[in-house]
Design a protein around this ligand. Sequence first.
Ligand code: URA
Length: 256
Amino acid sequence: MPHVYHLSLSDREIAGAQMALLPGDPARVEKIATTEPIKHGRFVTSHREFCTWLGFIRETPIVITSTGIGGSSTAIAVEELAQLGVKIFMRVGTTGAIQPHINIGDVVITTGAVRLDGASTHYAPIEYPAVANYEVVWALVQAARKLKIPYHVGITCSSATFYPGQERSDSFSQYIIKQLQGTKSEWERLGVLNYEMEAATLLTMCSALGLRAGCVCGVVDTPTQELITQESLQRAEQNAIQVAAKAMEIFLEKQL
Ligand code: URA
């Protein structure tokens, strides 16, 4: 009976689940576990930033575990869930838009990620691409279409930091080191859709380890609306959760 240290979890407690939904925020775990078509959601355990619930889509168990913020803690969550037998991972996050045509509440479905996360270099050299699994991306797109939630599909930038790495103007010192100055406009020019902090780690390690992963994030801020309000957070979170839960159902139905 494997029992993993950081998640404080055993394989018995997740009922042989092979699919995981991964929010960053521990408070989002219960919301996901109680969103249709996920049923019978129940709390399993919580240790540090890692909160775990179990839910079911028909008979199939789905484990929902928070990763905390950033690549290091995400890598721990994915490692330990993989040790317990999980093979398919969907991140359900929040994000800041880089492209001006993306609106608050829209969702971004990641096909690949710019690897500014740091942690992914411990799984594969930087030349190795951070790409999502095709079937996971497909299921997420179908889900967004069915739910009529506005979505964008493309490249995400995963930054190791929230403030300087994303060139935010609301940082403490307002200073951005030279190496990072101008990066936001460069990503915009190169068609990168959004900033978040975990996708590159998840996608790189999963493809390197022979696991399948994807990422959907709800947009909480935009280039013209940097301040994140409770209302935008709620809308973005709700949309990303609905798309991810529906995508899991589609994934199972189509036997992807
Ligand atoms: N998460 C990020 O990393 N950046 C944002 O702007 C919003 C959420």
